[in-house]
Design a protein around this ligand. Structure first.
Ligand SMILES: C[S@@+](CC[C@H](N)C(=O)[O-])C[C@H]1O[C@@H](n2cnc3c(N)ncnc32)[C@H](O)[C@@H]1O
Length: 176
C-alpha cells in the first residue's frame, strides 16, 4: 500500500515466487507510472491507482506499507482495515520513520525534526529552522504510533526491528 515508485515490488515478487502475485497500490499517478515501468517485465506484478484507505483489492495474503502510515489522518482505522483484508493468518508489515529513542541516535532527533518540517507541504523556511527546537514531528510520531498500536492490537507473532539508529522501525505480525 502506498507503493510509490515501486522500490519494494521486485523484492516482494522474489518472496511470492512465480505462483504468487504482487499488487502495488498508490494514489499518485506519476509515482505509479514509475512503479509500472519498474515491474514491466514481471507477469505476476501489477500496479493500480487507488486510495490505501479504500484499497481496490478484495483479498490478499499480506499487506506491506512502507513510509505511508505517517501520511494518514486516521492510520489506526486504515491498518485495521488492512488486517481485515488479509484476514486470519494473513501477514501485515509496516515500516515507518519517527524520532528515535536510541541513545546513539538521540542527538540527531533535532535534524530529524528539521527533515520532517522540510517535507511538510505547508511549512516554510522559518518552520524548518524552528523545527529542531520544538516537536514538529509530534503529529507524524503520533500517527506512526497509532498505526503500530493497531498492528499490536490485531496481530500475533509480532516482530519489531529498527534500522538507522532507531529512526526507522519495521513491525510485522500475523493477524489473529
Ligand atoms: C514516502 S512515499 C513511500 C513510497 C514507498 N512505499 C517506498 O517506501 O518507497 C509515500 C507514498 O504513499 C502514497 N500515498 C499517500 N497517501 C496515500 C493513500 N491514501 N493511498 C495510497 N497511496 C498513498 C504516496 O503517493 C507516496 O507514493
Amino acid at each position: 500500500m502506498g507503493c510509490g515508485t515501486g522500490a519494494n515490488l521486485p523484492h516482494l515478487r522474489e518472496r511470492v515466487e512465480p505462483d504468487g502475485r504482487v499488487i502495488g497500490v498508490d494514489i499518485t499517478r506519476p509515482l505509479l507510472d514509475r512503479a509500472a515501468e519498474r515491474v514491466r517485465e514481471y507477469d505476476n506484478v501489477a500496479v493500480v491507482q487507488g486510495d490505501a484507505a479504500r484499497p481496490p483489492i478484495e483479498d490478499a495474503d499480506a499487506v506491506l506499507g512502507t513510509f505511508v502510515c505517517g501520511l494518514f489522518g486516521d492510520p489506526a482505522t486504515i491498518v485495521e482495515d488492512w488486517c481485515d483484508l488479509v484476514g486470519d493468518g494473513g501477514r501485515i508489515a509496516l515500516m515507518d520513520a519517527a524520532a528515535t529513542d536510541d541513545p546513539l541516535g538521540w542527538p540527531l532527533n533535532p535534524l530529524f525534526r528539521a527533515f520532517v518540517a522540510a517535507g511538510a507541504p505547508s511549512s516554510g523556511v522559518a518552520d524548518v529552522l524552528r523545527a529542531p527546537f520544538g516537536r514538529f514531528d509530534a503529529p507524524l510520531s503520533r500517527r506512526v504510533a497509532d498505526a503500530r498500536a493497531a498492528v499490536a492490537d490485531r496481530a500475533v507473532d509480532r516482530r519489531y526491528e529498527t534500522f538507522g539508529l532507531g529512526f526507522v522501525g519495521l513491525l510485522s505480525g500475523r493477524v489473529r
